[in-house]
Design a protein around this ligand. Sequence first.
Ligand code: NAP
Ligand code: MN
Length: 264
Amino acid sequence: MKYVVRSRGDHESNVISQKIKNYLQEFQLIESKEAPDIVISVGGDGTLLEAFHQYNHRLDEMSFVGVHTGHLGFYADWQPDEVEKLVIHIAKTPFKVVEYPLLEVIIRHYGEKKSERYLALNECSVKSTEGSIVMDIEIRGELFETFRGDGLCISTPSGSTAYNKALGGAILHPSLASIQLAEMASINNRVYRTVGSPLVLPQHHTCLLRPIKEADFQVTIDHLTLLQQDVKSIQCRVAEEKVRFARFRPFPFWKRVKESFVTG
Ligand code: NAP
Ligand code: MN
């Protein structure tokens, strides 16, 4: 089995990464940056998001596992004092994998035939570069509402505990292949009207955002921010691809939610 260790780059994460590499070499495992079977991310959830984007072209051939240094980790759920145990697991036992749904985002531009395609592990957010955004929201090809407000956030189930949660969205279990659309400060009065509640869409229910007039936006895909000009549409749906996490012990999603947000 081939592995790669990715560190956040701070001193503590670098020390732990080196320790993991040394152990894995003792077990005669092979390091491979190009084609790892397992990616060990040492840092925080942000570090795991970066690792995901580095390897998002070979998701069906590999699994991720995260060790957290410093912060509570939602994806990075192993503690630094457990790395010996983790390494022995990686070296000796065929691990189970859990698969989580991803969000597919396709951005189309005026005057361009080619579209851009992204995969998000947490979410895509759309904001204006100036003032509020005004967009028609189509669901399954039908106009649902015209949104006017600060922005929109379309998240995955595992991303529902991140930005989406801060926007009042629900926490969704990752076994639900779905995406959630949450509003950021919608303008609601006699003239403008939106549903106001977050919407959860199942697989194959495409959500299309069509800008009205203004066409420049600040779009984020997880930790990445993109300036998008002359946007014709932003299409969101549950991706065909999934992300795999290596599971060496049971750590149920609701337990992670409890330990991260309630008591832990
Ligand atoms: P960051 O500013 O360090 O991230 C914000 C916080 O979100 C960090 O504490 C991060 O954990 C945590 N986080 C990331 N994914 C999570 C998940 N799935 N569930 C629960 N918490 C999660 O930036 P970053 O580390 O590059 O992460 C990018 C993410 O920040 C975006 O995908 C977005 O979800 C989130 N964000 C949140 C807000 C908000 O809540 N108002 C605003 C913008 C962006 P670590 O400290 O372990 O990295
Ligand atoms: Mn972070």
